[in-house]
Design a protein around this ligand. Structure first.
Ligand SMILES: CCCCCCCCCCCCCCCC(=O)SCCNC(=O)CCNC(=O)[C@H](O)C(C)(C)COP(=O)(O)OP(=O)(O)OC[C@H]1O[C@@H](n2cnc3c(N)ncnc32)[C@H](O)[C@@H]1OP(=O)(O)O
Length: 230
């Protein structure tokens, strides 16, 4: 019994050891999911500066209404975002983890936070790529770039449309991204046609001077049940 609970407890989140209370609990998940998109010790000064900058836009309800900005929390599993528990029982024993949040060491993988502006249908992701995401020597892997683009555009699509999936992603890699350098990922909705939402996205250096990547994507809103064979 303890071993089973301990295994589930160990799956709660990076850096978290199963506690005695958790091991004894019949419910394996933390009641208050951890938001991973907050500063940790690996964040550079520039990452913190940008986080503070965008957080300030979200600070008060009044500011949110005028500027429309809010920070989107980021958990380490998708189902934490889904409303209701209808499908949870099929997933509850799985060790599924969100791809961008499955490296436990702070700063080694994807360090990022997504800020949304629902009124303008835009988002900004601040992103600090870690050393485990290497592609060319000292630089970010193209697949990791695609991942953070997919996650950023997918988060904006999800916030605006509800459940949706990437149908198409086109990426132009313009200049390599050094590991550890903080970059900005600007996403926007270009057009919506029924279930289809067309997005575009740019990755730039944090001062906006250097263009690293450009992308377009198509998202289709879906019935979540389809994913579970309903
Ligand atoms: C689930 C959320 C939970 C909440 C969690 C929140 C977590 C928040 C943080 C994480 C954020 C991460 C975000 C990651 C997002 C992914 O990475 S999703 C994973 C990668 N994507 C996939 O695996 C999708 C695989 N493809 C499919 O399942 C299906 O093809 C699709 C995309 C659902 C579409 O199938 P369908 O619904 O049957 O649509 P279909 O009838 O084929 O086409 C509808 C229309 O779209 C057009 N269309 C379809 N595909 C295409 C295409 N590729 N190109 C152009 N047009 C197309 C069709 O031509 C058609 O057009 P019209 O004739 O209506 O004009």
């Amino acid at each position: 019994m303890w071993r089973a609970a301990s295994r589930l407890g160990a799956a709660v989140g990076p850096g978290r050891q199963p506690t005695r209370a958790l091991a004894m609990s019949p419910w394996p998940f933390s009641a208050t999911p951890r938001d991973y998109s907050v500063p940790n010790e690996s964040w550079s000064r520039e990452m913190r500066r940008l986080f503070d900058h965008y957080s300030c836009l979200c600070d008060t309800e009044e500011q949110q209404q005028s500027a429309g900005w809010c920070k989107f929390p980021s958990y380490n599993r998708s189902l934490k975002h889904a409303a209701g528990g209808k499908y949870l029982s099929k997933m509850v024993q799985a060790k599924a983890r969100l791809f961008t949040r499955n490296i436990e060491e702070p700063g080694a993988g994807f360090e990022y936070a997504v800020f949304l502006n629902k009124q303008e249908k835009t988002s900004v992701t601040i992103f600090q790529p870690g050393h485990l995401l290497e592609g060319p020597p000292g630089h970010l892997h193209g697949g990791a770039i695609a991942t953070i683009i997919d996650s950023s555009t997918g988060t904006l699509a999800g916030a605006l449309l509800g459940p949706s999936m990437t149908a198409n992603l086109n990426i132009n890699y313009r200049s390599p991204i050094p590991l550890g350098n903080v970059v900005l990922i600007h996403c926007k909705v270009d057009q919506t046609e029924g279930r289809k939402t067309f997005m575009s996205c740019q990755i730039t250096s944090s001062d906006g001077d250097k263009l690293h990547t450009e992308a377009t994507g198509l998202f289709l809103s879906i019935n979540l049940g389809r994913l579970f064979g309903a």
